[in-house]
Each structure stands twice: as C-alpha cells, then as structure tokens.
Design a protein around this ligand. Structure first.
Ligand code: CA
Length: 399
C-alpha cells in the first residue's frame, strides 16, 4: 500500500464522486411500514426484520418504526442494533407502555446485546429510553397520506388495542380508530389458528382451509386475549391474517443458518435453541406478504372473531382475509426467505482511475478513514495505535 500524507485541494475538488448505492429520495422509499413485535419470544421476529431490511434496501419498503411489546431488558436494544447493523439507524424503535412478559423460551436478544461486539453498534438515538409506542404510532400515522401505511403485527395485540383506544392528542384530532381508518392501508397479522372444521371461500368456492388436525389457541392470541379480541372486532380496515398453520408449512432451515458467520440475527438464532434446528417461519410470512402478495392465496372477505379461550372463528363476508398456501407455494416461499435473509452486503465496485473512494472504518473506538485518491494514492487516517494492548487501531482495521 502506498501511503502519502500529501493531498492537494485540487485533487479533491476534481475527483468524480460516485453515485450512492442507496436511493434516498422519498418517492423511492416504497411502501410505508410499521412493524409491531414481541422480539425475543421466538426467533421468527428477528428473521422477519431481516427480510424487511432487504425490502428497504431494494427501495420497496420504508420501514418507519419497529414497535416492541416484549417485556425484556434487552429486546429493544437488540432491535436498535439490527436497525444500525443493516444501515438504518434512523428507524424509530418504540416501546409499549405495558410490555408483556413471557419466559417460555430463552430470550435470545440478551446474548447479542451483552456480547458488546464493536461491529454491532447501537444507533445512539436512545439513552436507554425508547419513545412510548402509541404516541409514536399516532405521530407517524398523522404525518402520512391517507391509506398509505401498512402495519405488520408479529406479536400480541397489546399495543394495537391501545392504539385503537387512544384519544386525540397533539399529533392528531382523530381518535385511534379514526386515525387507523384514515391512514392505514391494511394490517398484516400473524395470529390465530384453524382446524379441519374451518372452511373459507376462495374465489367463491367453499374450500377446506388447512391440512391441520388440531386447532389451537395460538400464542399471539392467548398472551393477551382481550387485546386480540379488540383488534379483530374493532380494527376499522382490512386485516390480512396469516394463521399458525402457514408458518409450520415453511420451515426456516438450519442449513441456511450454519453457513453464516458472526451476525446479530444468526447469532440470535444460534442462541435461541440447541442447534441444529429448523423453525417455522410464522412472522416472516406476514412481512413476505407485504413484499410479495402474489406468492400467497388469499380468501374471499370473511369475519374473524376471537373467543374468550383464544380460539379463532370465521364467518363469510366482512373486512378480513385469510392467507392460505399450497405445498408448492410453501416451498417457493422457503427458497425466497432463505435467499433474502442471507443476502450479503453489496460491495462498492472496484476503484478506477479518476474516482475517489472514502471509506469510514469502525475500529471499535472512533472511526478511521481510508481514502483512494483519483491518481491511485492511498491514505489511511486516524487508524489508532497499533500496539496490541489497544483494542482499536491497525490490527482491527486489517481484520
Ligand atoms: Ca413474534
């Protein structure tokens, strides 16, 4: 490497600047999206976010907020780390005022957050305090055009029920229901379960829905039954329901995880359960539907209700639709999920004469810069102390 500290201002001014890889104009941001999650209870929430970030990268999604109702010391920090890791530290992280605790499984967010990997940074936007979710929903929805926002629900109904009950505030003169009716395009929700006794019409044909032997009171419903009852009974717009049985048809494979190196999503996967294991892609499918609705079958309009024990019931006609899958569609979705969630970073094209590259390098303590000037001169600035006792410095830069 040829290193020089001599740089003329003219060389900088004459240097051609490369176009940015990411599209930034508002009209190229894609579908406005808010994700509601119980991050930390099951690993599919993390994979669902991994899929959503690829949608953001492709300009298909504008992920405005991830709202978290998991009661955990680390799950909101984990979301903030993921936003930052994927290059979107500006995505809002909000927290439910009454988060719900469920300790059934290991909270995989803790080992990732506590690992304190210098490459897995926080955004720095929150001093341990995240904004309250309902107020943030109201603020963000109020600022958007009518019928423009899709909400994806990957957990319990807790926050969304509070949003429906919310009253006019400084952000909007509408009640929560009025605001949702005006601003939200539809709710894509992972919740509920159906058995062989349930049928729904698809294209006017009465169709047995699922290859399922047992209808269950599904996890996202039973952890807050009154909230989910309210969401299905009072949501003033279309709901697209992705029931339990679909995720079981699309098993996210361990073979995709084991090839991955250090990565906050896949380290979380490895921390969640004893490897090797495949896991149903329940929550991933509700994000996949927003990006690629053509990969699913969807029922004719129905009405879904939730009883006091947490079981779903369905009657024809209404404002809800239920997703179904054939075996072939499930296999196609599995291939799609794996390809998207394991997509690597997109590298800059190789330097060419006349171009100037400016690379900012995270060293764990401050940033170093590496420049390739238009004439090929390379220059590294502020790379720290190379002595072994320091964590930062050349040793880390070369890693
Ligand atoms: Ca979830």
């Amino acid at each position: 490497m040829r290193v020089t500290a001599i740089l003329s201002a003219a060389a900088l001014l004459l240097a051609a600047v490369r176009p940015a890889l990411a599209q930034t104009a508002d009209n190229l941001k894609g579908q406005s999206l808010i994700i509601e999650t119980d991050m930390g209870n099951d690993i599919d929430d993390a994979l669902a976010l991994a899929l959503a970030y690829q949608g953001v990268k492709d300009g298909k999604l504008d992920l405005m907020m991830v709202s978290n109702h998991k009661k955990s010391l680390t799950s909101s920090d984990f979301i903030d780390i993921l936003n930052t890791y994927y290059g979107y530290p500006e995505i809002t992280v909000a927290k439910c005022a009454t988060p719900v605790f469920n300790g059934q499984y290991r909270d995989y967010t803790a080992p990732v957050v506590l690992k304190d990997d210098p490459a897995w940074r926080r955004s720095g936007n929150y001093e341990g305090e995240y904004p309250e979710a309902v107020a943030k929903y109201r603020e963000l929805l109020a600022g958007k055009p009518d019928k423009s926002v899709v909400i994806v629900s990957l957990g319990f109904g807790t926050t969304l029920a509070q949003l429906l009950d919310s009253q006019p505030d400084r952000f909007s003169s509408y009640t929560g229901k009025e605001l949702v009716k005006k601003k939200v395009k539809y709710l894509s929700i992972m919740a509920g379960s159906y058995g062989p006794e349930d049928t729904v019409p698809v294209n006017g044909v009465r169709d047995t829905m699922f290859d399922s032997t047992k209808k269950r009171a599904e996890y996202n419903v039973v952890n807050d039954i009154p909230a989910m009852q309210k969401v299905f009974a009072e949501w003033p717009g279309e709901i697209v329901q992705n029931p339990f049985e679909l995720g079981k048809m699309v098993m996210y494979p361990w073979s995709a995880v084991e090839k991955q190196g250090a990565h906050p999503v896949f380290d979380a996967y490895r921390a969640y359960r004893k490897e090797p294991y495949d896991r149903p892609s329940w929550d991933i499918l509700s994000v996949a539907y927003v990006l690629h609705p053509e990969l699913f079958n969807i029922s004719d309009p129905v009405t879904v209700t939730v009883d006091d024990k947490g079981f779903n019931h369905v009657t024809p006609g209404g404002n809800h639709r239920i997703l179904t899958l054939t075996r072939e569609q499930a296999d196609a979705l599995k291939a799609y999920e794996v390809a998207e969630t394991t997509r690597g970073p997109e590298y800059l094209p190789a330097w060419e004469e006349g171009m100037m590259d400016i690379h900012s390098i995270g060293t764990g303590q401050g940033d170093a810069s590496f420049l390739i000037l238009p004439d090929g001169t390379t220059w590294i600035i502020d790379a720290g102390d190379y002595r072994i006792k320091y964590r930062s410095g050349i040793k880390n830069v070369e890693r």
